[in-house]
Design a protein around this ligand. Structure first.
Ligand SMILES: [Mn+2]
Length: 508
């Protein structure tokens, strides 16, 4: 049986195989990827595969593929003279940049783009044309799949690796970590599509075990009381952020916090009966304080244990592994994350330090937000914090929404006015609750069309948007920020209003 027979439709499988043969035919490769956990794992999968093939490989993570950063890639191409350039976890939305700056550079025989974000080329069949031009674009969105939930960048990189050799099956672990980092399981509600197939393969080969368990962050590393203290999704009244409340919680249940050797117990150390009692009490407390009983459903879900990784470490569950990698990326050390994936112990230690810093940064940003850092506008809750670095603004607003510090009836838009690079571009992040997306709010479209109208108005590139309906981002020139936010607020307000009208018409 063909090893990739689970990859459907055939057109996608052919495209994966095409990428695999372009890799085999190359000699010197430059691999470029995004800095989040999915981008880091995608890159680690690609680089490991290339090194196993004995190819000369250089790699680099970049924050976002933009008109500025593509020039860095162009320079690298000039220096390294690769015959193949591989982009992972971005590229489909920046195809014109790739065409203009990378294609046709001396020595380049082929370009591979492995992406799962919505492509910028409107023609869904455009990948066929690009094959002829030496750009092999593999994107599940072009084959009838949903790129935000059915396949991650790392999953796609894994499919190519597996097409090259079944011995790369161990890399399925990293594919699971990448998909988890991109929240493709929708907060523990379960994986679908090719993600599910890859997980089944990883399970079958003994790399991953999926079981229903508490979905909170830190079930294999955090001492019990701190596990609850830092839980923000859902926000646990009287428990989240309340250390005494956490101790009292376990005290009331008569569950010891330390073992016989005086070592903190983690969730993974609890007996089944103890777990049941804790879960029951958590559900009771959520039901008491939330109008919607659904708030309690997300606390139990599929947990992916990486059974070959050391217990009581961040590498043991896909969720914590991906958080560790995200911490590296957000602290501008994505290469440390890639090296952690390679199994480098020193990098792992450095990553742990970055994770601690990252948590401290998040906590202080949330505290500022809670104490008056939110402005309500017609179409959004706006968070403009000069202290929050642009690398974490997206997570901060996501957590603020998850923990209901910011209401969910409108999207939350975050702006970091603290620019990390030299340039004048500011980073904007947006998050919309699932219920809003169901009602038709699409943040990606809003950011893309707001950028387009500004660019058209000024006849030059002042803004660039992209992402997913529920989580999107944009880069905007600082001089045009005010205008951009006004357009965004108007667009969202209109789309909320039109769904309200439809609703009331439906009722009448
Ligand atoms: Mn991704």
């Amino acid at each position: 049986m063909e090893r990739l027979s689970f990859v459907q439709p055939d057109s996608l499988r052919d495209q994966v195989n095409r990428a695999a043969s372009a890799v085999r035919n190359s000699t010197k490769i430059l691999a470029i990827s995004h800095i989040d956990a999915d981008g880091i794992t995608s890159l680690a999968i690609v680089v490991t595969t290339l090194e196993r093939l004995g190819k000369k490989t250089s790699w680099r993570n970049i924050h976002q593929l933009s008109s500025e950063t593509v020039l860095e890639v162009k320079t690298l191409v000039g220096e390294l003279q690769p015959d193949l350039v591989i982009f992972t976890d971005f590229g489909s939305g920046q195809m014109s940049l790739v065409r203009e700056n990378i294609q046709g550079q001396p020595g380049i025989e082929a370009i591979i783009v492995l992406d799962h974000h919505i492509p910028s080329d409107e023609d869904p069949d455009s990948w066929r044309e690009k094959n002829e031009q030496g750009i092999i674009e593999v994107n599940p969105c072009q084959h009838g799949m949903i790129g935000s939930s059915e396949l991650s960048g790392a999953g796609l990189a894994f499919l190519v690796a597996y097409a090259i050799s079944t011995e790369n099956v161990d890399l399925s672990e990293l594919a699971v970590v990448g998909a988890t980092g991109d929240l493709q399981d929708y907060y523990g509600r379960g994986f679908s599509g090719l993600n599910k197939e890859i997980i089944a393969l990883a399970e079958q080969h003994g790399y991953v075990k999926v079981h229903k368990d508490l979905t909170f962050f830190g079930i294999s590393t955090r001492p019990l009381p701190f596990l609850l203290e830092f839980t923000t999704d859902p926000y646990l009244p009287g428990i989240t952020g309340n250390r005494d409340g956490c101790f009292a919680f376990f005290d009331e249940l008569g569950i010891p916090l330390k073992d016989s050797e005086d070592i903190w117990r983690t969730w993974a150390d609890l007996k089944p009966d103890e777990k049941r009692r804790v879960i029951q009490k958590l559900i009771d407390s959520i039901l008491q304080s939330y109008e919607n009983p659904k708030a309690a459903t997300g606390i139990i879900g599929d947990v992916m244990t990486l059974v070959r990784r050391p217990p009581r470490t961040e590498l043991r569950t896909a969720k914590e592994f991906s958080t560790l990698l995200n911490a590296c990326g957000r602290n501008k050390k994505p290469e440390v994350g890639v090296r952690i994936c390679f199994g480098d112990l020193e990098a792992w230690r450095e990553g742990q330090t970055l994770l601690q810093q990252h948590r401290a940064n998040l906590a202080s940003a949330l505290r500022r937000l809670e104490t008056g850092g939110v402005e309500e506008r017609p179409g959004m809750y706006l968070v403009m914090d000069p202290e929050t670095p642009d690398t974490i603004v997206g997570v901060v607003i996501g957590m603020a929404q998850g923990s209901r510090i910011v209401p969910t009836d409108k999207p939350v838009i975050g702006v970091s006015t603290k620019v990390s690079g030299e340039g004048p571009m500011l980073k904007i992040s947006g998050r919309a609750a699932r219920s809003l997306v169901k009602r038709g709010v699409n943040l990606r479209e809003v950011f893309v069309s707001a950028s387009k109208s500004l660019n058209d108005r000024y006849g030059t590139m002042v803004a660039e948007g992209g992402g997913h309906p529920m989580a999107a981002g944009a880069f905007v020139h600082s001089d045009y920020l005010k205008e951009f936010l006004e357009i965004v607020s108007d667009l969202i307000a209109k789309s909320l209003q039109s769904t309200d009208e439809r609703k009331s018409e439906g009722r009448g």
